[in-house]
Design a protein around this ligand. Sequence first.
Ligand code: DQA
Length: 149
Amino acid sequence: MRILFINGPNLNLLGRRETGIYGRTSLAEIKKRVMQRARALRVTVVFLQSNHEGELVDHIGAASGRYEAIVINPAAYTHTSIALRDAIAAVGLPTVEIHLSNIHAREDFRHRSLTAPVCAGQICGFGPNSYLLGLEAAVLLAKTVGKQP
Ligand code: DQA
């Protein structure tokens, strides 16, 4: 099974970016933890990050037939990007939206996710563990695609 992890803008700055909100764990360290858990679950993970909306759209669009599920932290594009939402809907792969912070407990503009309605579900507020929970959810989803929940 292959799972695609997609990270949006500014997540490359994790570890030194607004540490009171996002903590001191870097994206490289999060990737290491995800890869470790993926090995234990015997799944292959491809983990990428981009600050560019169009590049993220391209990665999602190319995922069909190559991955069984997507885990995405769209970062600020969560709240603004119809293009990302349409890409997720178009590709039709089971997708899990994740966030480090609890976006519902923050500023009003973060409460609305344009991408969540086309995802299977959303995991937020667990810091780096949102990534591990996202992985578990994606594996379960991919295993049960087309079956009754
Ligand atoms: C975030 C939450 C977003 O609102 C914010 O723009 C981010 C990070 C998170 O992981 O908590 O960049 O997606």
